[in-house]
Design a protein around this ligand. Structure first.
Ligand code: C5P
Length: 222
């Protein structure tokens, strides 16, 4: 069976989470969603009444917050200071502010250290995020960078949210673009493929096809 680390990075709306969970299931590996950790940090910031653009206040707030992620009997578990925020982290307010919070270097240092600790405890793990192959796990067994055409990403996200209105889909596409630009242009750990990443373009592949492809690559990477 697979032992090692698979990293899965890429922009928003590529179906990364579904693919990461699927690959983890197939490989019998643990799964870590690092985006959930940045989202949980954003909940802590918003609840403290702190301006997400105020890097010093954000740093202090997140340093004082206990962030826990995991799965229990297949259900996603996300806690901030013991309080379940798994639903809230997917909401519009958190999504709007998460890129600002995650651009703060001290926040990244704190969460990256926590992520490495969680990974070290697992024999086999699939880790999903933006900087996993480049920064968090530079020596990973297999690095995947998942992309898809922007229109396809907006449509998929709309499908997930049950949105059919053309204007709302256009707004969604714009929000994805804004977040990707923010994530790709930040100074600390910008979104980009690692030099040794395999780029998988899912524009014309369904999620099952993407999962098969990655499981195959993992099989030949060990
Ligand atoms: O993957 P998800 O959309 O939940 O990530 C939310 C946000 O968290 C991203 O847009 C990005 O700003 C940030 N993030 C990050 N580094 C990671 C994972 C997520 O900066 N490794």
């Amino acid at each position: 069976s697979f032992r090692g680390q698979v990293t899965l990075d890429g922009p928003s709306g590529t179906g990364k989470s579904t693919v990461a969970r699927g690959v983890a299931g197939r490989l019998g590996a643990a799964y870590l969603d690092t985006g959930a950790m940045y989202r949980a940090a954003t909940v802590a910031v918003l609840d403290a009444g702190v301006d997400p653009e105020d890097a010093d206040a954000v740093t202090r707030t997140v340093a004082g917050a206990r962030i826990e992620v995991g799965t229990e009997s297949g259900v996603e578990l996300v806690l901030v200071d013991g309080v379940d925020v798994a639903t809230r982290i997917r909401g519009a307010e958190v999504t709007r502010h998460v890129s600002a919070v995650s651009a703060v270097p001290a926040v990244r240092r704190q969460l990256v250290e926590q992520q490495r600790g969680l990974v070290a405890a697992a024999d086999a793990v699939v880790v999903e995020g933006r900087d996993i192959g480049t920064v968090v796990l530079p020596d990973a067994t297999l690095k995947i960078y998942l992309t898809a055409a922007p229109e396809v990403r907006a449509e998929r996200r709309a499908g997930q949210l049950g949105i059919t209105d053309a204007e709302e889909i256009a707004a969604l596409a714009q929000d994805l673009r804004r977040r990707d630009e923010y994530d790709s242009s930040r100074a600390d750990s910008p979104l980009r493929p690692a030099d040794d990443a395999v780029v998988v373009d899912s524009t014309n592949l369904d999620q099952q096809g993407v999962i098969e492809r990655i499981v195959e690559l993992a099989g030949s990477a060990v």
